[in-house]
Design a binder for this molecule. Sequence first.
Ligand SMILES: Cc1cc2nc3c(=O)[nH]c(=O)nc-3n(C[C@H](O)[C@H](O)[C@H](O)COP(=O)(O)OP(=O)(O)OC[C@H]3O[C@@H](n4cnc5c(N)ncnc54)[C@H](O)[C@@H]3O)c2cc1C
Length: 360
Amino acid sequence: MVSDLGPRGLATLAGLGPFASLWRQLGQHFHDARLQQLFGRYATYCGSSPWSAPATLMLVAQVEMDGVWSVTGGMHQIAKAMAELGERNGVQARYNTRCEKITLHGGRVSGVQLASGELIETDHVVFNGDVAALGAGLLGDALRRPFPTRPVAKRSLSAVTYAMHARTQGFPLVRHNVFFNRDYQREFEDIFHRHQRPSEGTVYVCAQDRQDDGLGHEKAERILCLINAPANGDEPAPNESEITEWEKNAFEMMRRCGLEIEASSAQSVRTLPQDFASRFPGSSGALYGQATHGWLSAFDRPSARSKIPGLYLAGGSVHPGPGVPMAAMSGRLAAATLMADLGLIHRSRRVVISGGTSMR
Ligand SMILES: Cc1cc2nc3c(=O)[nH]c(=O)nc-3n(C[C@H](O)[C@H](O)[C@H](O)COP(=O)(O)OP(=O)(O)OC[C@H]3O[C@@H](n4cnc5c(N)ncnc54)[C@H](O)[C@@H]3O)c2cc1C
């Protein structure tokens, strides 16, 4: 890529800010710390700290200015649409079935072993669980060595979430809302350096039944509160009094901003990093694979073709990164890589044609 860019391209690349931290670069544009805090929030889209993420993530704000997409009928419609498309093309989906092992023969993939004991023989597997599960040996000991384990320091953010059916009052909520704390730097130091829940975390509130007009809802509505937390889901869950105290702080912070949320415990589901860790095996609760910290982080993510012949990787923990659109892109990359390896697509050699246009 570097040789393709040439000296002028390299200057453009450097201008994208891979070597500066997002926080430092934002400081050159905004003199009000609150605006710096607001735009620094984009680092958390990939589970990272604005103090360690490269300034390149400023591009997310640029992209959002063109508008954001929402899915008619909710996010699960994407999964549903893909399942229907697959079924029309002969895919047989197995739901609620754990894959216990990816089996190897002679160093290459030979099949998958399900928890039911069934063995499905195959030469090719696309794995889209967290790639850290492979290094942890959760898909068989043979895969431990080729895949590195993810050290605690490289884990992305986890969260404590509350999914509620609640009445709210006192604050003109829109669809997406962020309630910032007072000491933003301390929050990220707590999470990434001290590996502890911050005493006062930023709270993201999604009021998914609302538009952006800020009009109030008289009736109870669907609310999701997400509070940043360290990915310590492999440790024992905190005791109930600890978590209640922390929860009180978060809701008290929103109350100070004017938002009152009224939900009974029967209408509220709490999810801790420990719950995310069991839902996404190998992740330790990290929701976005490894953190995007430092300029090399983009090159540090595993790519679609793994070191094991026949095993391909997709999902939020591999290239290009986390989030539904990026995970979907990684699925396309895995499919294209597999098809290329099967000889189903051919790439033409790169040539320079007269007139100087370089094409693939
Ligand atoms: C609370 C929360 C909020 C988020 N908010 C956003 C957002 O606003 N926008 C956005 O773009 N992204 C968001 N994300 C991130 C986004 O959900 C992920 O990046 C994305 O879903 C990753 O897709 P995936 O296919 O890689 O993995 P997943 O969606 O995690 O799917 C992988 C599936 O594989 C299953 N699995 C793992 N191992 C095995 C096994 N051995 N056998 C069988 N099944 C297995 C898992 O149970 C899981 O269901 C959020 C994530 C969370 C948790």
